[in-house]
Design a protein around this ligand. Sequence first.
Ligand SMILES: [Zn+2]
Ligand SMILES: [Zn+2]
Length: 344
Amino acid sequence: MRAVTFQGLEQVRVEEKPEPELVAGDDAIVQVDTSAVCGSDLHIYHGRVPVEEGFTIGHEFVGTVLAVGDDVDRVGIGDRVVGCFHTACATCTPCLRGDYHRCANGQTFGHGSHLGNLQGAQAERLLVPRANLTLRRVPESVSSDVALFAGDVMGTAFHAISYGGMRSGDTVAILGLGPVGLCAVQAAFAGGAVQVFAIDTVAERLEMAASFGATPLHLTEQDAKKEVRAATGGAGVDVAVDAVGNPEPLALAISLARDVGTVSGIGAYSGRMEVPLGLAWLKGLSLRLGVANVIAHVDHVLDLLEAGKLDPAPLVSHHMSLDQAPEAYQLYDAREALKIILTP
Ligand SMILES: [Zn+2]
Ligand SMILES: [Zn+2]
């Protein structure tokens, strides 16, 4: 079968790879209908996340179940399913707490041996371990393009809002309007936000956020702090989301949050960084950080997609074939695409 493999710095290739085979009783084999290129794939592309050469990459997919082991009972052959971007065992201590994103035995699709050695989804077919927990049936009325977002991007956005403790009637600021930030705008409104400030520098992304009902704020051409203060009676927002993962947006999120509000950092931070922790302390802020618990949210997200309360369809900017993966990565790296769907 054909699969997209990592070949070293800024190189991917479509190669012939062996067919996946069932190993454990709770494994499934899925025929991939759609996969996608994600910001996390660019970390691999740029060598920031170490992946072996020849490893199949990709972690977002919707497909059809081709085969299941004897212990798989929540999905069956022929079901159209969406996969979460990682697996979880359901029996370790973090899983028993419901913290599937910190599973001691979890594997992330398409991230090489250091994240579980699980081949990726940018392929014709893939092996899905722990299928009872990793896969969900897709509601009939939800397109595969839209359902794909439930397994990573929209699940992550939903996490940023729900773990940020947002309540109906709250005001929210979203910093960074990549796919996760734009989905977070929708997730905030779905959760009952009364006003969502969407902050970025890219005009098209600000326009899209505005089309979802947000108040767009240009990071460099407007004074975000002043605008947010003016619109919230001087208080600041209840929840400020950093969807970038850098010290500058985190610092701005801390300054935009109201006293005893929450800063939800969903971007991927790395290493040490300097942030105004004194201000966060003075304001009594809660900081909620970390990778998203997508497995815990995927059923809610699918329900909201089916109900039309969330609709990431406008984010899909490109449809390309799996064979065009090298061009797709170049396009995504050049920031000329918001979401690229790959079809085998
Ligand atoms: Zn992703
Ligand atoms: Zn576990």
